[in-house]
Design a protein around this ligand. Structure first.
Ligand code: TXA
Ligand code: MG
Length: 311
C-alpha cells in the first residue's frame, strides 16, 4: 500500500495536540494517544468506556526508545530479535524514571510493550517524540476493528481522525507474554505460541481461563462480544441463527458465513472479527459456530468465542 504523507502529518498534528486517533496495525486498529501525556491517555479510557484498572499497551518504534521506559532482559532481547516487529506484546518492568503516564499502567510497575510491523504505524512512530498508548479501537468489551470503517463504526465523529492502513493482515490482537518473572502467556493471539515455545525451548505456561489469577485485567470479563448470544460446537443451525463455518458444506444457505472453506485456521482467525461484525450488521440475533479444532490458531478462535459467548 502507498503511504500517504499528508495523512501521516495530520496524524502527528492531532497526537501532538493530545487527541486520540485511530491507527492501523497488522493485528487490529488501535485507538492511539501520547503515552507520556496524562491528558491524552485519560481520553482513551473515556472514549472506550474502559475501566481505569485495565492497563494499556504502549507501541514503540525501536528498542532504543523502549529502554527509556523499561528494563529489558536476555529473554526479551532474544524474542525481540527474531519476532519483532510483529504481533507480540511483552510485559516488562517499568523503569522508575519512565515518563509513561500513570493512567497507562494504573500505577503498576510493569508495562505492556509492542512493536507493530505495519508500515504506516512504523513511519508514524518513528516521526514522534513519544511512544503511543493504544488499546484496540473498539468500545470496551466489543469486537476489535480491522479496517478504518470498523473504527468509524465504533466511534463515529467522537474521534477526529483515523489513519488509513488497509485491512489488518493478522486480524486478531497480539499474543501477550509476560517476561517479568518466568515467561507466561497472558493472551493468545496473532503469534502462534508453538513458535514461542520453540524459541524459548520450554513448554510455555499459560494462565488463560483462570479467574483467580488474572494478571491481565479484563481477561476474566466478557470481551470481544458482538452483543448477541453465541452457541459453540453447533452441528445444525436453528432458523434464525447465523452459522459460522470453517469447512465447506455441500448445501448452500444464506445464513452460512465461512471463515475459511478449507479448514485453514490462519485464514479463519483473520476473518473472525470481520465476520462477527458483518453478522451483527445484518441484524442476526443469534450465532451458532461449527466445532473449531483446538490447535494453533483454532485455540485463539476458541478463546475469543468462549469469552464472547459468556453471558
Ligand atoms: O494487537 C494488539 O495488542 C492491539 C493493537 C492495537 O496493538 N492492542 C490491544 O490492546 O489489543 P487492548 O488494550 O485491547 O488489550 C491489551 C490487553 C488488555 O487485556 C490488558 O489488560 C493487557 O493487555 N495488559 C496491558 N498492560 C498489561 C500489563 N502491564 N500487565 C498485564 N496485562 C496487561
Ligand atoms: Mg481490546
Amino acid at each position: 500500500m502507498k503511504i500517504n504523507d499528508t495523512n501521516i502529518k495530520k496524524a502527528i498534528k492531532y497526537l501532538n495536540n493530545n487527541e486520540c486517533i485511530g491507527i492501523p496495525t497488522e493485528t487490529v486498529y488501535g485507538l492511539a494517544a501520547n503515552a507520556y501525556s496524562d491528558k491524552a491517555t485519560k481520553r482513551i479510557f473515556k472514549l472506550k468506556g474502559r475501566p481505569a484498572d485495565n492497563p494499556l499497551i504502549v507501541h514503540y518504534y525501536s528498542v532504543k526508545d523502549l529502554e527509556k521506559d523499561c528494563e529489558t532482559n536476555n529473554l526479551f532481547n532474544k524474542l525481540y530479535k527474531s519476532l519483532s516487529p510483529g504481533p507480540i506484546t511483552f510485559i516488562l518492568k517499568l523503569k522508575k524514571e519512565s515518563k509513561i503516564s500513570k493512567n497507562v499502567t494504573n500505577n503498576k510497575k510493569t508495562l505492556g510493550v509492542r512493536f507493530p510491523s505495519h508500515q504506516t504505524a512504523r513511519i508514524l512512530l518513528k516521526s514522534l517524540k513519544y511512544p503511543l498508548a493504544a488499546p484496540s479501537a473498539n468500545i470496551s468489551e466489543g469486537i476489535s476493528p480491522v479496517t478504518k470503517d470498523d473504527v468509524y463504526d465504533e466511534f463515529g465523529e467522537k474521534i477526529k481522525f483515523i489513519l488509513e492502513g488497509g485491512r489488518s493482515k493478522v486480524g486478531i490482537e497480539s499474543t501477550i507474554i509476560s517476561l517479568v518473572k518466568k515467561p507466561q502467556i497472558l493472551r493468545l493471539g496473532g503469534l502462534d505460541i508453538s513458535i514461542l515455545s520453540k524459541k524459548l525451548k520450554t513448554n510455555l505456561k499459560t494462565k488463560l481461563h483462570n479467574k483467580s489469577n488474572i494478571n491481565s485485567p479484563g481477561r476474566g470479563r466478557i470481551h470481544y462480544s458482538p452483543g448477541i448470544p453465541i452457541r459453540l460446537n453447533a452441528v445444525k443451525i436453528k432458523k434464525d441463527e447465523a452459522f459460522i463455518l470453517i469447512k465447506k458444506k455441500r448445501e448452500n444457505n444464506k445464513n452460512y458465513f465461512y471463515l475459511s472453506k478449507t479448514n485453514n485456521l490462519m485464514e479463519s482467525v483473520k476473518n473472525l472479527y470481520k465476520t462477527l461484525r458483518r453478522i451483527k450488521k445484518l441484524g442476526y440475533k443469534k450465532i451458532a459456530v461449527q466445532t473449531i479444532p483446538n490447535r494453533n490458531f483454532g485455540l485463539v478462535i476458541n478463546d475469543r468465542l468462549l469469552r464472547a459467548s459468556k453471558k
